[in-house]
Design a protein around this ligand. Structure first.
Ligand code: XMP
Length: 320
């Protein structure tokens, strides 16, 4: 019988044969696919692997630390680039959703160039680029590697500093549930392996209007509370994606004896099988109530919570 353990072992063997004593680079996003690919490569080639994690300042609460902790058991080179100032600088003054997405994409390219220099200095020449492309990505994007890379990264094309022989895609034959199984087989935590999707532009597409550090911090806190309450209610496996969105609308409220004028925050939860269409999740009122009271009490800057009850279509899952 074929098991995921067999798949793991044969993949490790194949990677070792291919890579030899070469060096491999992988961009770690913190998502399931790149994390499982990184763990597999770490098992196979250890410190010949360099993973780069770009913290663009639009990550969820504690995300960077969690990624770093998850890989601390392997002897790999993990480079964490703190690019918050660069990304927030690039976003300054922008309010249009497409302008913001473009600014994030352009900053990713500049950050990758900077990363190239850093890797050149610290690691030397890279022989292989690895990525966590999974089977559904391959089908979606056609067979052309360049197309896969283009459509599944938030930047256009390959970073030109990488003088690599080949792209290694060890998850290319696997469906999502198999990738998760492999992740467990490699000893990654349930928290990482069962993680909901998180978009490349991060909180940048969950803050309407201008993006500032203050707004990112407000959203991070509120989102963490919502996710915690969903998990406490045991709904984290039923609801496929759930998160908070910080609107650019401030509304009047009352706290104690004084009037407040703070942001309205939206909660979003969807059930879906393919993320192409989605239904809004029927989260029990008690769970919404708990999350709402906690957020307005614990997060300064938010005084009103709404729940998004639109499906996709006509709405999208994200707000921008
Ligand atoms: P929408 O909002 O289009 O989202 O209904 C569908 C799914 O795609 C994710 N998403 C993205 N993922 N880069 C990503 O890596 C992006 O720019 C991006 N935009 C949306 C979204 O989170 C949802 O799972």
């Amino acid at each position: 019988d074929w098991t995921m353990g067999d798949y793991k072992n044969s993949s490790i063997k194949a990677i070792r044969e291919k890579v030899g004593d070469g060096k491999v680079l992988l961009a770690l996003s913190g998502g399931v696919d790149s994390s499982v690919a990184a763990a597999l490569l770490a098992e196979a080639v250890g410190n010949q692997l360099t993973c780069v994690f770009v913290d663009h300042g639009l990550m969820r609460k504690n995300e960077g630390d969690e990624v770093e902790a998850a890989f601390s058991k392997w002897d790999i080179n993990l480079i964490r680039m703190n690019e918050e100032d660069a990304f927030l600088g690039a976003l300054k003054g922008l309010t249009d959703p497409e302008d913001k997405r473009k600014a994030i994409g352009a900053q990713f390219i500049r950050t990758f160039e900077k990363m190239g220099k850093q890797i050149g200095e610290q690691i030397g020449k890279i022989d292989y680029l690895a990525q966590g492309t999974i089977y559904p990505d391959v089908i979606e994007s056609g067979k052309d590697d360049a197309a896969v890379i283009k459509s599944h990264h938030n930047v256009g094309g390959l970073p030109d500093f990488v003088d690599f022989k080949e792209i290694i895609e060890p998850l290319r034959m696997l469906f999502k549930d198999e990738v998760r199984q492999l992740g467990f087989e490699l000893g990654l935590s349930e928290q990482l392996v069962m993680r909901q999707p998180f978009p490349g532009p991060g909180l940048g597409i969950r803050i309407t209007g201008e993006i500032t550090k203050e707004k990112c911090d407000i959203l991070r806190e509120a989102d963490a509370i919502f996710r915690e309450e969903i998990a406490n209610a045991g709904l984290d496996k039923e609801i496929n994606q759930y998160f908070a969105v910080l609107t650019n609308t401030r509304t009047v409220g009352v706290m104690g004896d004084s009037r407040t004028y703070d942001y309205a925050l939206a909660l979003r939860g969807v059930t879906t099988s393919d993320f192409m269409t989605a239904d809004w999740a029927r989260i029990p009122y008690e769970v919404l109530d708990k999350a709402s009271s906690r957020i307005v009490n614990e997060v300064v800057g938010v005084n009103r919570i709404v729940y998004d009850i639109t499906s996709k279509p006509p709405a999208t899952i994200e707000w921008e």
